[in-house]
Ligand binder design. Structure first.
Ligand code: ATP
Ligand code: MG
Length: 452
């Protein structure tokens, strides 16, 4: 007898199934989390009842026939999910991902046998824990071990390799040796897995408490070269130069930047991990032995665009990744004009400024520099100042009187239209907000309008 505290809803689901004389278990990751004292948001149940029988017992439930899973809605506004799946035993994975057909199993044993890792193959019926693969032992020793023969299990479903790294990272567990070498031997099978599923696991790795450890584990497991070959290429690209501060190669610098980036947002963390990814392409050594990476932020942004498209990130995430990488090199000195700062803010987007500063802190710390510098502090101060003074048409160094004088006309809508045009050009950085320049532009506009 083993008693865990379950949410009332979970107790109810078990009770309803049992009352109808079916077997009923909580199973998988939620039992693992229960034993670890971790919070769970998805509760999975397994039973010998068929989907039709389950639906009859839970009238509001919905059936997802692709996975043979019945969802039980509990609280309308709750993010907690309760799902019941009939015992399954699957075989014949010709595409390394989907079982050719779902076969309903007759027993719990069959169902546990198809699960990925020993710590995920535990079942609990409200009283007794079923542990056929020494999952509790592995949980105690903090080990991820495949159920059965690792090599076969990864050949059946290559996504399990990403899951192993992801779960190891989330729980800070070790991947058992045979399981790990099976990952290294089958890394190429990951190409059979949809990019969306790889992206989802990657995001979970990045959202975990130690994302850089997860990326290192992907690398050691040789999965990184399959999912992010552009990043793998950064390792060994030296950037040490006489008198320059960089002490790590590009790949190591990127890992360190990720590790030290203060943001918890997986998208900001990914941008930080990829911010110098164009360096291997732009690397050059000058006559006096200085290593340079001119325009690497432009190349990096274009590589990041490819990666974000390949992994099917949403348009919003994609745009953010690209902007953070494209403009990460922007710095200020005393001479920087307000309009240059405004252009930077417009390029990055006010909503991304804090994230950009977080990337910069990661970049600095990851390069062995102090967290901040007079320059970064000045940058923050200027950004704040510039945002406090919104720039409007009335801030232009010319006004309606200038336009009327040059055009030799009286007040009217044309005056406002011309000022708006100048304002847009200034905001976009095409024109400087300087009186002589703007007056000349008004004269040119007048000439152009005569020609037309
Ligand atoms: P999480 O904490 O992210 O929910 P989880 O282990 O619960 O982790 P789920 O995707 O919720 O992962 O899957 C629930 C359970 O289903 C797993 O614990 C495992 O038993 C089983 N499972 C999921 N994916 C696979 C797979 N690809 N191969 C075998 N078993 C799997
Ligand atoms: Mg789960």
């Amino acid at each position: 007898m083993m008693k865990f505290h379950l949410p009332k809803e979970a107790e109810e689901i078990l009770a309803i199934l049992k009352k109808a004389h079916f077997q009923a278990y909580i199973v998988g990751g939620c039992v693992r989390d229960l034993l670890l004292g971790r919070e769970t948001n998805d509760w999975d149940f397994t039973t010998d009842a068929t989907p039709e029988q389950i639906i009859k017992l839970f009238p509001d439930s919905f059936y997802d026939n692709k996975f043979g899973t019945v969802g039980v809605p509990i609280k309308q506004l709750s993010s907690v999910i309760y799902e019941i799946t009939t015992f399954r035993s699957e075989f014949g994975y010709t595409d390394h991902r989907h079982p050719d057909k779902i076969i309903w199993g007759k027993t719990l044993e069959e169902d546990l046998q198809r699960r990925d890792f020993t710590i995920n193959a535990l079942a609990y019926d409200g009283k007794t824990l079923t542990d056929l693969y020494e999952g509790q032992q592995d949980l105690k020793n903090q080990i991820i071990r495949a159920v059965g023969e690792a090599d076969t299990r990864f050949k059946e479903d290559a996504l399990r390799m990403m899951r192993a790294v992801r779960i190891a990272t989330e729980l800070q567990f070790i991947i058992e040796e045979k399981t790990f070498s099976a990952i290294r031997n089958n890394n190429n099978l990951l190409t059979k897995i949809s990019n969306e599923r790889i992206r989802d696991e990657l995001i979970k790795i990045l959202a975990s408490p130690f994302p850089a450890d997860g990326i290192k584990l992907l690398r050691n497991g040789t999965l990184l070269s399959v999912i992010l070959p552009e990043l793998e290429k950064c390792f060994g690209v030296e950037q040490r130069s006489p008198k320059r501060h960089h002490m790590h190669d590009v790949g190591t610098h990127l890992l360190k930047s990720l590790e030290l980036c203060p943001s918890k947002d997986p998208i900001v963390r990914l941008a930080t991990l990829l911010h110098d990814i164009g360096k291997p392409i732009t690397v050059n050594t000058t006559a006096d032995g200085i290593i340079t990476f001119y325009n690497h932020e432009i190349i990096s942004a274009s590589i990041v665009r490819n990666i974000a498209e390949r992994l099917h990130f949403s348009k919003k995430d994609r745009d953010k990744l690209i902007k953070l990488v494209r403009f990460h090199q922007f710095t200020v000195d005393e001479k920087q004009t307000d309009s240059a700062l405004r252009r930077f803010i417009r390029n990055v987007g006010t909503e991304n400024l804090q994230d950009m500063l977080d990337l910069r802190v990661g970049d600095r710390l990851g390069g062995g520099a102090r967290e901040t510098s007079w320059r970064l502090e000045l940058f923050k101060k200027r950004l704040e100042e510039v945002q406090k003074q919104p720039f409007t048409v009335s801030d232009l160094k010319v006004d309606g009187h200038d336009v009327m004088k040059i055009y030799n006309i009286g007040p009217g809508p044309l005056i406002g239209a011309i000022l708006d045009m100048l304002f847009n050009d200034v905001v976009e950085g095409k024109l400087k907000n300087e009186r002589e320049i703007l007056l000349k532009r008004i004269k040119d506009l007048k000439k152009e309008s005569k020609v037309n």
